[in-house]
Design a protein around this ligand. Structure first.
Ligand code: PLP
Length: 266
């Protein structure tokens, strides 16, 4: 991809392993030729064993970082990741409404790939009400979609209902990853609010595996933001980001920590 002049802003938590969070966004956007700016919402202490501690920055500290950047460098595309406080969600939504980037790509990581709830339900409800309506694309795993819509997803009909319910909040498109619901057992689902018909994309991984890769949705959303910034439509960006992630796998699964298992990052 050609060098892009317009920077991409990522608003996300810090993951010292580099598997997810701000660090992975910087790696991904830079690798794809983008220029990246960042604002940190939360600092985590984590390793291959899991997350030991969160320090969620005050909303005013997050606001200060974003204000400083958007008042100076005007990013056209913003990627948003982990936000764990309701007041920070509301503040970020207020700032983005005011500054109106062309696209907001949001990966809420409500539930981590390890199954840990990273966001309290009250924060999820704030997200639904204030942030979703501003987004071009929201990425969700099935567990995220269940918590966002307050419904269980067991069938393809449930899945369609959940996608429609998220789109009804006002975001332009949804990418539901590794949905594993019959009859599309290992498909990702992409749907736009203006045509309503979901597109089923084949899973990049074996059944179940896609949901357990640390950093998958974070790197995917950062790649989508970069492709959209480069002029792709949302669907083209999703297709290109999936291809990018798929070709990365072999090189990026090599870290072994004290857990003794391969640390499956991107
Ligand atoms: N984002 C941040 C900032 C994190 O620290 C973590 C930690 O697990 C995640 C996201 C979750 O990523 P994943 O669900 O890909 O494991």
């Amino acid at each position: 991809m050609e060098q892009q002049v317009t920077p991409i802003l990522t608003i996300n938590g810090s993951d010292g392993t580099g598997g997810a969070g701000i660090q992975a966004d910087i790696k991904t956007i830079s690798a794809l030729g983008g220029r990246v700016l960042s604002a940190i919402t939360s600092i985590t202490a984590q390793n291959t064993l899991g997350i030991q501690e969160f320090f969620d920055l005050p909303a005013t500290t997050v606001e200060g970082q974003i204000e400083a950047i958007v008042n100076d460098m005007q990013p056209a595309v913003v990627k948003v990741g982990m936000i764990r406080r309701a007041d920070t969600v509301a503040q970020i939504a207020r700032l983005l409404k005011q500054h109106k980037p062309k696209h907001i790509i949001y990966d809420p990581v409500i539930v981590s790939s390890q199954g840990e709830m990273l966001m309290a339900q009250e924060v999820v409800d704030e997200v639904r009400h204030s942030l979703l309506p501003l987004c071009s694309l929201v990425l969700m795993k099935r567990a995220d979609a269940e918590l966002l819509t307050h419904t269980a997803i067991n069938t393809a009909a449930d899945l369609n209902r959940a996608v429609k319910s998220v789109l009804a909040e006002g975001c332009k498109a949804v990418l539901l990853q590794g949905s594993h619901t019959p009859p599309q057992n290992v498909a990702d689902v992409f749907a736009m609010s203006n045509d309503g018909e979901p597109t089923f994309l084949p899973s990049l991984f074996g059944e179940g595996e896609g949901n357990t890769r640390h950093g998958l949705s974070g790197s995917m959303s950062a790649a989508i933001a970069t492709f959209v910034n480069g002029g792709n439509t949302l669907f083209e960006a999703v297709v290109n980001a999936r291809n990018y992630i798929a070709q990365l796998q072999p090189q990026h699964t090599g870290i072994i920590g004290r857990s003794g298992e391969l640390f499956n990052e991107f």
